[in-house]
Design a protein. Sequence first.
Length: 132
Amino acid sequence: KVGELREKLAVGNEYMELVGRKVTLEELAEYPFITYRSGSSKKYLQRWFEENGMIFQAQTEVTGVSIMRQAIMDNFGVGDIYPPMAEVAERDKKLFFLDLDGELPEREVFAVTRCERSSIVDLFVKDYLLKF
C-alpha cells in the first residue's frame, strides 16, 4: 500500500443543474451513472450507495480512463474520475466536478512491482497519484 486517493464525481455540460452547489446522494441516484466495466470502481460505488441504504445501477460501462473522461464530456451521465485525469477537461469547461453533500470514501492505492519499490515508483506515487 502506498497511500490513499479520493476520486470525484463529474458531469458534462448537460447536467449543469448539479454544478456549483451541494448535491446529495439521493439526488444523484436519479441520474445515469458511468462506471468502468471491470475493476474495483463499480464495487466502490455500489458499496458507497449500499452504505447509505440505496441501490447503485450503472447505465453505461467503459473500459478505460480516457473513455470515461470522454463519456462524461459527452453527457452519458455521472462518472467517477481521479482529478489529475481530468484537469485539462475541467480547465476547458468540458467536464465539471460535483460538490457532494458528504465525500466519496477514500480508496487505497497499491503499487505492484517485479522488484523492491524504487525511488521512481515513490516519486510517481507522491507527485502524481497522491497529489490531490
